[in-house]
Design a protein around this ligand. Structure first.
Ligand code: EPZ
Length: 454
């Protein structure tokens, strides 16, 4: 398994472009199951999660043509409606095929996704919503077996104990597009990724209003056609690289930055001493150019993760790495996934002072972190450890970086293009790792470079 060898102490400088959103691309791909014609997605990130879902779509009787940042999906065999455990267990987001399969093909067999590194990942809200649309759903042998002749519109409250469900909203909204009559989803997820899925569905002929708000209204139609859709930028990747600039006290320009979808994290960053400045106010605020710089010593902060538009749980680990070096004590409370703290023990190995009480961690700011061997456990915890390794004194080895590859395309190449010193290597392979190719261009002269391409 690949590892990263990181030499700390470099300040990042330069210019990168943010890729398309993983968490939009996944439900967008699944939504293509509803179409009777080809659906093309553009600005699709090159990630292992995307490849896994493309493989599943192939098993579900679709032809998937992949190009440079594009994916075209066309149904060829509607008889394949089984999403096998072997695939779903490697990527629980595969659950997002359930609603589209059920609505278009009247049946679906989807393995129950297991938990993950930060706890149980139930799907009871997904099933509640689909049952409300008239689906017969039973659980058998670890699989969800769903059937429905024609779904019927309903008014559904989709909120759970931790608020709304992102993929649950995508599943129910997608299924409702082909239901008979009107569906109202109350307590829907408001994430930008949901609004992006609604934009695609409406381009395919659906009648959806209110996506991006807590109440979504869908008027069912008989069928949906093909469409061509550009995926929104990845707000979590964008904010992760903004934190990378801040934690190294660097000066980085980020293109295709979804500023308007990151107001909560930007507010927090400004409060602790990080400047995220838009360079061209005439640009579209969901894909604009920003410059990130920071004070040398940051102030502490207080974070509670919330459903959108609150502070996203997917940035909690990255912000914890940043606040480890603040001048004072910060408080981080995880209200979406209370167990999402696998990174705490690893940061502690690097000299961070962290005190956890249930869903809350107190981060006592320290003057420095020290490089150490650490282990990635989930996607965002992995990113957190890379950020910490870049600012730690000495060498950090991050193992199991396959977690990182699920959500960050060639992260080491992107960061090395800004001046980081990260080598990807596989300890099982005998030869010595190649020295990193470090191409730093002074920020003033940096040419717009895409996020590391193949
Ligand atoms: C999406 O997961 C994201 N994944 C996650 O990002 C993100 O952390 C999460 O939303 C919350 O924002 C994708 O979009 C592919 P939820 P999802 O259903 O939809 C509870 C990443 O790092 N819940 O919104 O699976 C659940 O336990 C990933 O990119 C129920 O109780 O999350 C959690 O506490 C990690 N019953 C809360 O709701 C349900 O049926 C939010 O979960 C469903 C969820």
């Amino acid at each position: 398994m690949d590892e990263f060898r990181i030499q700390g102490g470099t300040r990042l400088a330069g210019r990168i472009r943010i890729d398309g959103s993983k968490n939009a691309s996944l439900p967008l791909t699944a939504a293509a199951l509803l179409a009777g014609e080809p659906v093309t997605l553009r600005n699709v990130p090159d990630l292992s999660d995307i490849s896994n879902l493309a493989h599943l779509m192939g098993e579900l009787g679709c032809r998937v043509d992949r190009g440079e940042g594009t994916m075209t999906i066309e149904e060829v065999d509607p008889s394949c409606t089984h999403a096998r455990y072997e695939i779903v267990s490697t990527m629980r987001a595969s659950i997002c095929v359930l609603g589209p399969l059920l609505a278009k093909r009247k049946q679906a067999r989807v393995a129950m996704p297991g938990g993950c590194a930060f706890g149980a990942r139930p799907v009871d809200l997904h099933l509640r919503g689909l049952r409300a649309l008239g689906a017969q759903i039973e659980l058998s042998g670890g699989d969800i077996i769903a059937k429905a002749d024609r779904l019927k519109g309903a008014t559904i409250f989709l909120g759970g104990p931790f608020g709304s469900t992102v993929l649950g909203t995508a599943n129910v909204m997608s299924a409702a597009t082909l239901a008979e009559g009107r569906t109202i989803i109350e307590s829907a997820a408001c994430e930008p990724e949901i609004a992006d899925v609604a934009r695609l569905l409406n381009a395919m002929g659906a009648k959806i209003s209110g996506a991006g708000s807590p109440r979504i209204t869908i008027d069912g139609v008989e069928e949906l056609g093909g469409a061509d859709h550009i995926v929104i930028p990845d707000r979590i990747v964008a904010a992760t690289y903004a934190v990378a600039a801040a934690i190294t006290n660097g000066d980085v320009t980020l293109e295709y930055f979804p500023h308007d979808c990151l107001l909560a994290p930007i507010d927090l960053l400004q409060n602790v001493g990080v400047n995220v400045n838009r360079l061209d106010m005439s640009e579209e605020p969901t894909r604009c150019t920003v410059q990130v710089t920071s004070e040398r010593r940051l102030k502490p902060g207080v974070i509670s993760t919330q459903p959108y538009p609150g502070f996203p749980t997917d940035l909690q680990a990255q912000m914890m790495a940043l606040l480890c070096l603040a001048d004072g004590n910060s408080i981080i409370t995880e209200k979406i996934f209370p167990e999402r703290f696998m990174h705490v023990a690893e940061l502690t190995r690097m000299g961070a002072q962290l005190i956890r009480q249930g869903p809350t961690v107190m981060v006592q700011g320290v003057r420095r972190l020290f490089g150490a061997p650490v282990m990635a456990s989930d996607l965002r915890a992995s990113a957190c450890l890379v950020l910490a390794g870049m600012v730690a004194e000495g060498e950090t080895i991050v193992s199991r970086v396959y977690h990182l590859d699920r959500g960050y395309a060639r992260m080491e190449e992107v960061l090395n293009s800004l001046g980081a010193n990260i080598q990807r290597f596989n300890p099982e392979r005998k030869h010595e790792p190649e020295p990193p190719v470090i191409t730093t261009v002074p920020a003033a002269k940096a040419k717009p470079s895409t996020v590391a391409t193949k």
